[in-house]
Structures are given as C-alpha cells and as structure tokens.
Ligand binder design. Sequence first.
Ligand SMILES: *Cc1c(COP(=O)(O)O)cnc(C)c1O
Length: 445
Amino acid sequence: MDESQIQQWITQFPLVQDLIDLKPITWFNPRATTLQAGLPYVGLAADDVADAEQRLARFAPYLSAAFPETRAANGVIESEVVAIPAMQTALDQRYGLKLGGHLLLKKDSHLPISGSIKARGGIYEVLAHAEKLALAAGLLQLTDDYGKLFSEEFRQFFSRYRIAVGSTGNLGMSIGIISARLGFSVSVHMSADAREWKKQKLRDNGVNVVEYEQDYGVAVEQGRLQAAGDPSCFFIDDENSQTLFLGYAVAGGRLKRQFAERGIRVDAQHPLFVYLPCGVGGGPGGVAFGLKLAFGDHVHCIFAEPTHSPCMLLGVYTGLHDRIAVQDLGIDNQTAADGLAVGRASGFVGRAMERLLSAFYTLSDREMFALLGLLDSQEHIQLEPSALAGMAGPWRVAANSEWLAGRGLDERQMNQATHLVWATGGGMVPAAEMAKYLANVHEAG
Ligand SMILES: *Cc1c(COP(=O)(O)O)cnc(C)c1O
C-alpha cells in the first residue's frame, strides 16, 4: 500500500494513526441505533434464529449419542454463566476505577466437543449440511429421531461427501470433530499460527490437516480453491456464512433463559453489557445479533480485538469493511490470541451489524496475558489469551460517563448493571500449554 493512500486514510479517519501506532483505543460507534432501526440491515430475523434453534433441538438426540459429554444436558451444547467477584475487585484496582454492577463470565471456553465459541456456529453449520443431504436422499424426515444418524448406515452415506474449512485453530477443531464423527471426509486448512496440539487432536479424530506457512486469509483461500474443484465438497466459509452466524445467534435466547432462571434482570433500569472477542466477526456478530433479539435496546454489545489485529474496528470505523485489511496500514497481524489473528473482517458481519454494536476497543497481547494470570489467581479459571480480550471492556465503558449519559445511563442504572465477559476459548488447552501461557504472564509483565 503506498504512503499517500495511508496518509489520506489518516486525514479522513484520525484514529487510523492510533491503530498504526498499536495504541490500545476505545471507539464508541456513532452509527449505533435502536434494534428497530438497525434490524432491517441485518438481512436475517427472529424467525431465522428460531429455525436454527429447532434444528439444534432435532439434532440433540444425535449429539447426546455421539458425544457422551453432552448427555447430561440432553444433547444441548451450552455453557454456564458464573460470577467472578474476586476478579472484579482485582480489576477495580488494576484500572483505578470502581465498576458499578456485577461482573459475570460466560464460559463458552468450556463448551463440550471443542472447548470454544466455535462449538456453536461451526457445529451448527455441519449439522445443517448433513440434514440437507440426508433429507434430499430420502434417508431422513424432519419428524424422525435424529439419534438414528449415529449409525454405520449414515456414516457410510456421509463418507461419500467432503467438507473443507480454513482456520486458525478453533473453527477447524469444531468442524473437524463433528464432521469426522458424522462420517464425512473432512479437510482443515490451518494457518501458520495454529497450535500443534490442535492439529494433533484433529488427526487423532480422523481429520485431514493441511498446513500453511501463511496466515488465516491464505489458508481460507487455498481451502476454498481446492473445494471449488470438487462438487462433492462443501466449503465452510467463515467470512460470509449466514448459517454459521445463525448457529451463534441461538446463544441470545438461551442466555435470556439462563438469566431468568437466576433472577438476573435486564431492563431500562438494569442494563446489560456484553464484551465479545472478535476475529473475523461471525462468532461475536452472531451472538450479538441473538442478544439484540433477546434483550432489545437494553443490551449493549462491545467488540474486543488485539492491537495487532483490529480488523473489525478498522472496517466499521472507516466504513470500508472487507475492502481494507490491517496489513494495508503496515500492521503485522501477529498476536498470541488464537482466533483473533485476522487481518480482514467479514464484510457480511460488519455491514449487517454496524448499527447494532455500541463500541469497539483494542488491547495489547501483554494486557491479555496479564488478565489471563489474574483470572487464574483470583478465580482459578484458566482460559486461552483471546478469551481474555473482553475482560478489559467494562472499565473502558465505565470510564466514558459522557457516552453513558447519552444513553440515559447514570450512576443509579450502572450500579444495577450486568457486565458479561464472553470467554470464548481455553477449556481444552493441555496443561503443559496452559503452563506456558501462565509463564508468559510474568514475562509480559
Ligand atoms: C474464533 C474465535 C473468536 C472470534 O470469533 P470470530 O468469528 O472469528 O470473530 C474469539 N475467541 C476465540 C477463542 C475464537 O476461537
């Protein structure tokens, strides 16, 4: 990219200079509007999410049979919400600001099957594809007990079809494991930053792992190219898939029920803030869409990204979406936060959701590691670095009283607020790898 183009962007969009300088920034989105005004731009509606929820309910007997770890929840892949009061106190001190309300953690890090948020969208998309094939072949009816899919007959049937995906790790884990279990022949195209243990786990599950020396964008392109030459191959497109997005969106209604069971109120007097780590955008975008449908204008969704990979902030802030990448500014897209090392955001998600997202911020890898260490020492919960990206968010929001006042939120409401940090991964990190992360905390200071 030539210097004059970069200069032009900086003149037009001043925050671009801070992004280039890798400064942690918080940007409150001036285009954010009400659910009613923003919803038409999404191109999807509550019916679509309900449809996804029903599809997952049909598959619950299959999941329960094929993955014993989901049996206790009757084949529903869902995570718990926990309070983290010691962490809240520790962060009040770290950031020098007392947070009103309660800090909660949504433990998608401990979702069954693949131990990350990708167990929502990734698994859902493979199930939707399998259902379509089986229905078209006349082997399955919508009213059947889908437990029958866990059989040699169906494995034989699915083995005639291929699935391919490009991934930095966690999406590949979800799609690889579920696809192989159903019987598909599945290839996961892994970028250079993908962890060795994730590749090994996939191979152990019968997945074909293809390795690249380049980043996520290249792995996705290669996967897409190879799949294009094979009509029996279904390519899962993390950057543009509405199916994936809907799989994530189911989380909104589920959280609403979890809150109702626990007596957690969300209304004008009790606002909800949700902090979501963002890579390409499908996971946090889909979850945010589901949350907006469930809680309306009382939920405020905030995206978090590494200072080295701020692709969604850049795309939405400039309005250029997928027509700009962090590399165009000379930003290297190098981060220890697996899943967040994405240089170019999904154009679909940015355009669909830009009116429904309240704020975007960046934080350094060093900060993520510090938060990882604090959560371990204060709450004895271990996550992977990317899953800590949301943890700084509540204090970024609380620091901007002007923005809060503009939303009609004063001290009274903020003292009754719920701050939910979406922990997106880490539950399956091997102990030796976690020890390395924790050692890094002290190195990174
Ligand atoms: C994939 C991932 C994300 C972000 O999801 P996107 O859909 O890529 O935005 C966040 N955290 C973890 C651990 C992930 O694996």
